[in-house]
Design a protein around this ligand. Structure first.
Ligand code: 5GP
Ligand code: ZN
Length: 110
């Protein structure tokens, strides 16, 4: 999708702090972290949201890469995985992505 910010990150047209990449998926740091570790797991293929995701193999890969990335970031003992679907639920980028959040929340009491 030409006007999609995450497609542009996948294509290297917008810079990102990338921490993982394979044939199907990239993972990079969220630009506005809500926790001391906050990264986004993004399929290279564009799907607007979880409602449009129709590839079981890719869905499996997206989930199975999460613990590997959590381990790379040293938060595999305690982290949250979040998928917002729809503007009303807080989805601001219409390209499916999983948030991985670990460590203390930023701006929240521990
Ligand atoms: P959503 O609100 O759709 O669940 O999550 C989108 C996330 O993408 C937000 O946490 C936001 O901070 C992050 N984000 C938006 N634009 C960019 C960008 O250009 N680069 C990076 N690294 N993150 C972005
Ligand atoms: Zn996209």
């Amino acid at each position: 999708m030409s006007d999609c910010i995450f497609c542009k990150i996948v294509a290297g047209e917008i810079p990102s702090k990338k921490i993982y990449e394979d044939d199907d998926i990239i993972c990079f740091h969220d630009i506005h972290p809500a926790a001391s570790v906050h990264v986004l797991v993004v399929p290279k293929k564009h799907f607007s949201s979880l409602n449009e995701l129709d590839d079981p193999e890719l869905a499996g890969k997206l989930f199975l890469v999460v613990p590997k990335i959590a381990k790379m970031l040293g938060v595999d003992g305690a982290y949250r995985t979040v998928v917002n679907t729809g503007k009303g639920a807080g989805q601001s980028v219409a390209h499916i992505h999983l948030h991985i959040l670990g460590g203390p929340r930023i701006g929240m009491p521990e």
